[in-house]
Design a protein around this ligand. Structure first.
Ligand SMILES: C[S@@+](CC[C@H](N)C(=O)[O-])C[C@H]1O[C@@H](n2cnc3c(N)ncnc32)[C@H](O)[C@@H]1O
Length: 245
């Protein structure tokens, strides 16, 4: 099985591919789209869930999504079709870091995709290139809530604590106008959902040639989460405006 197949099954019951519940997603979108007639883009949109939810609740919104995963974009197309928003969504099968557009956007979203740009600040630099005057950025990224083990750093990469993460963003010329730190409940619900969905899929298909690999992956990823990073990793989502001057 390739990573995309595993990701698709793992996110069956949690289409937002980040540790955020529905109410948090709604609040973040409301803070980023205060009017409802904006133009939004999602860099690393995955299956398009942020954009499709935003479009479904705002008939005046126009949106574009960029992702390198063909599989995820097919899901985004289907989700847009199911929720009747296809005519207001454009999807680009492209590297988000080098994506160029003549359009400018009132909201640039990038949640759980900073690895595509080489980190948090390069993601903000890319977002800035797409931002309309007065626009906002909705960014989500991991941080270390406690000192991580070397194994956790090997797995999830270097990072900073929450205050330092926000300080770096502010020093880069942004002002947070809204923010959300994923709760223990959101972090746990996300991991249980992903590895539980993958395990359920495997257990329901004993004769499938991919079943054993899927079950082994579910068990491995759940164990890595519980043993390596559950106690130290956190996730923050910020809605940002440019700081004047
Ligand atoms: C953790 S998922 C997050 C998806 C979505 N933002 C969400 O929160 O539901 C990360 C996404 O980044 C995409 N990605 C990774 N590298 C990329 C790149 N260079 N350009 C565009 N998308 C990329 C992956 O295909 C995946 O869909």
């Amino acid at each position: 099985m390739n990573r995309e197949q595993i990701s698709r099954i793992a996110h069956t019951d949690h289409p937002i591919k980040s540790p955020l519940d529905d109410a948090s997603v709604d609040r973040l979108l409301n803070a980023g789209l205060p009017r409802g007639d904006e133009r939004a883009i999602d860099l690393g949109c995955g299956s398009g869930e942020w954009l499709v939810r935003a479009l479904a609740a705002r008939p005046g919104l126009l949106a574009e999504g960029v992702d390198v995963s063909d599989d995820a974009l097919s899901q985004a197309r289907q989700a847009a079709h199911d929720r009747g928003v296809t005519d207001r969504l454009i999807l680009h099968h492209q590297d988000a870091a080098s994506f160029a557009s003549t359009a400018r956007f009132d909201l640039v979203i990038s949640v759980g995709a900073t690895h595509a740009f080489g980190g948090l600040l390069p993601t903000l630099a890319a977002a800035r290139r797409h931002l309309a005057p007065g626009g906002r950025v909705l960014i989500g990224d991991g941080f270390w809530d406690r000192t991580p083990s070397p194994e956790a750093v090997d797995m999830l990469g270097e990072g900073t604590d929450l205050a330092t993460t926000v300080d770096r963003v502010v020093a880069d010329g942004w002002t947070p106008v809204h923010g959300h730190v994923s709760t223990r409940q959101e972090l746990d619900a996300y991991e249980w959902s992903c590895w539980g969905s993958l395990a359920s899929w495997a257990l329901g298909r004993p004769g499938d040639p991919d079943s054993a690999e899927a079950l082994a992956t579910a068990n491995l990823r759940r164990t890595e989460w519980l043993r390596v990073y559950r106690d130290t990793w956190g996730f923050v989502s910020l809605v940002l405006a440019r700081t004047p001057g």
